[in-house]
Design a protein around this ligand. Structure first.
Ligand code: HEM
Length: 204
């Protein structure tokens, strides 16, 4: 692990890279509306990657214990915060689009997606604000786990719906759906392994 980027350094690096990406997209776009849409689209993708890495870390550690999965577990809080920064830029793009072209914004969204998106952002804020050992002590381990479990599954479903509805009309979105399906398969396999091990321990 020596020499590898961890903790706040990793959060800072991810924040810089995401901010640079948003700036490059904004400069490359031919109009302000296009810039907002590019930022929304690309941050949805960076968010997916960062979210899934944090989401599958514990399942990978159970299925394939070793240095690689432990390194991922150690970086889970930083990846979660990186995801929050990425989705912060998604929100910045959304607000810019709503301001620059309210009619187009109305065509691309509806009250249900806005409502469920607001709930997702409340989870992201709550999870980011409590991603420290101090917050675990303050909330209590059981409440902390409840918040982070519910939030991460809600966000997983948000990605499934957001990419899924696009994948049915545009095959460019199929790779994102494959990544989501693989993550779900890992979670299910890890839960199965835990249950089987627990049964064996009882039988012994
Ligand atoms: C109030 C909250 C939100 C609003 C108003 C919103 C709005 C939008 C809009 C307008 C687009 C289309 C951009 C375009 O086609 O130019 C978009 C794309 C997308 N959003 Fe959001 N969003 C919200 C929250 C979320 C959340 C919480 C997630 C996932 C956890 C998400 C995932 C996505 C995805 C996957 C895309 C497709 C990106 C692509 O085309 O590659 N959004 N969003």
């Amino acid at each position: 692990m020596n020499g590898m980027v961890t903790g706040w350094r990793l959060v800072g690096l991810l924040g810089l890279m995401l901010t640079a990406m948003a700036a490059v997209l904004a400069i490359a776009a031919s109009t302000d509306v296009e810039a907002a849409r590019l930022v929304i689209r690309w941050t949805a993708r960076t968010s997916l990657v960062l979210f899934l890495l944090a989401f599958v870390a514990s399942a990978l550690a159970r299925l394939a214990p070793g240095a690689g999965s432990q390194a991922l577990i150690g970086r889970r809080p930083a990846l979660g915060l990186g995801f929050a920064i990425s989705h912060g830029w998604h929100l910045a793009g959304i607000l810019a689009l709503a301001y620059l072209d309210p009619v187009l914004f109305g065509q691309l969204t509806n009250p249900v997606t806005i409502g469920s998106g607001v709930i997702a952002y409340l989870f992201i804020a709550a999870m980011a604000a409590t991603s420290s050992d101090r917050a675990v002590r303050w909330l209590g381990a059981a409440n902390w786990r409840r918040l982070h479990m519910t939030g991460s599954w809600y966000l997983f479903l948000s990605f499934v719906v957001a990419f899924g509805k696009r994948a049915v009309v545009n095959t460019d979105y199929v790779p994102a759906m494959i990544l989501l399906a693989l993550a779900l398969a890992l979670k299910v396999a890890a839960a199965y392994k835990t249950r089987t091990n627990a049964r064996c321990a009882v039988a012994e």
